[in-house]
Design a protein around this ligand. Structure first.
Ligand SMILES: Cc1ncc(COP(=O)(O)O)c(C=O)c1O
Length: 354
């Protein structure tokens, strides 16, 4: 009983964090990927039919592409993707055109994990709703880094991952309105999520348990509650401010380097981006860059960042390097990273090292 109380209290904290109303609107699952799959497999199975359109954007993580791609294939539906403008933001003209096709759902990221671009989730939701679409916001890169208000955005589904915000791995969050969730038949069924079962029928438990079959990840949920309380102690406004300062400083320092390409908005538009910076050093493969940074104790990520359509087809790169900041990072670490850029040039004997 104590574990259940703490688990519910964690959901109350999560509901408050993103202004989702009651804990009944907060479903715990495995991660953001799982949360999006739950929507595609339950709401999607019931509502997408042959010839329907599903809309995503060119800046999505694989987690917000593949569940829709598979749903479209199963149903004979069409998966459309909104183009980007200037390789930075959603092309609003293209969005309007794609919304004229009356998609059943528009699923987009709040913040791109590659470009760092922050999408106007509220404005995009309004446009999509006017076109009759449901809206899913992939908030994996926003909820950990800035204040996010589910009710103010007005979307139907919001997904994020506690492991990106000091919480335990193996837990994901899906927020949705009670009325919408009440009308959806769960895709994953079995124990705990039922009220009564006979050999001929089953009916569902109340929200949010209806969507949480089997023994829940209690330790994950309770651990996430502790992470939320810690972040509340700092304040999400402050988290955002700290990251903006670091991002602004890093962008300025990177922009001074002639052989570096930065993807997404530059320092002047730092308010339009979150705390990730993807970049490439001319003549250096991102995996070499990451490895040389690592030898100086700096952890960055290199690769396609689970966004192959964006990195390969839009940015026309095989891979990019990416710095990402959180509350524990300091400006001195950015200086160290810039020194590591010099080391990359030296080790790889790039022309710019002369
Ligand atoms: C924008 C975005 N969406 C979805 C995901 C997937 O999150 P998870 O691995 O927790 O399912 C990530 C993870 O990096 C992400 O950055």
């Amino acid at each position: 009983m104590k574990a259940t109380d703490e688990y519910v209290r964690s959901k109350e904290l999560a509901a408050k964090l993103v202004n989702a109303g009651s804990y009944r609107n907060v479903i715990y699952c495995r991660n953001t990927t799982d949360a999006i799959n739950i929507v595609a497999l339950s709401w999607g199975e019931a509502n997408i039919r042959k010839g329907d359109h599903i809309l995503i954007t060119d800046m999505e993580h694989h987690s917000n592409i593949v569940p829709w791609l598979m749903l479209a294939k199963r149903k004979g539906a069409v998966l459309d993707h909104v183009q980007l403008k200037g390789k930075e933001s959603i092309d609003m003209e293209d969005l309007r055109k794609k919304l004229e096709l009356k998609p059943k759902i528009f699923a987009f990221c709040h913040v791109s994990n590659v470009l760092g671009s922050i999408n106007d989730a509220k404005g995009l939701t309004k446009l999509a709703h006017e076109a009759g679409a449901k809206v899913l916001v992939d908030a994996a890169q926003s909820v950990p880094h800035m204040p996010v208000d589910f009710k103010d955005i007005g979307c139907d589904f919001l997904a994020f991952s506690p492991h990106k915000m000091l919480g335990p791995a193996g837990l994901g969050v899906l927020c949705a309105g009670e009325e919408l969730l009440d009308g959806i038949t769960p895709a994953i069924v079995g124990s705990d999520m039922i009220r009564t079962v006979t050999f001929d029928s089953a009916d569902w438990n109340e929200l949010p348990w209806k969507f949480e079959s089997g023994t829940p990840n209690m330790e994950g949920g309770i651990g996430f509650g502790a992470a939320i309380e810690y972040l509340n102690g700092i304040g999400m406004e402050k988290v955002r401010q700290h990251e903006m300062e670091l991002t602004s400083y890093a962008l300025k320092r990177l922009q001074e380097q002639e052989d570096i390409t930065i993807y997404g908005y530059g320092a002047k538009n730092v308010a339009k981006r979150g705390g990730v910076i993807s970049f490439n050093i001319k003549g250096a493969h991102p995996h070499d860059v990451a490895s040389i940074f690592n030898s100086d104790g700096i952890a960055i990520r290199a690769g396609h960042h689970c966004a192959m359509p964006l990195v390969n087809q839009v940015l026309c790169e095989t891979a990019v390097s990416r710095m990402s900041f959180y509350i524990y990072n300091k400006p001195e670490e950015i200086d160290k990273a810039i020194e590591a850029v010099g080391k990359v040039r030296k080790v790889l004997r790039l022309a710019t090292s002369q």
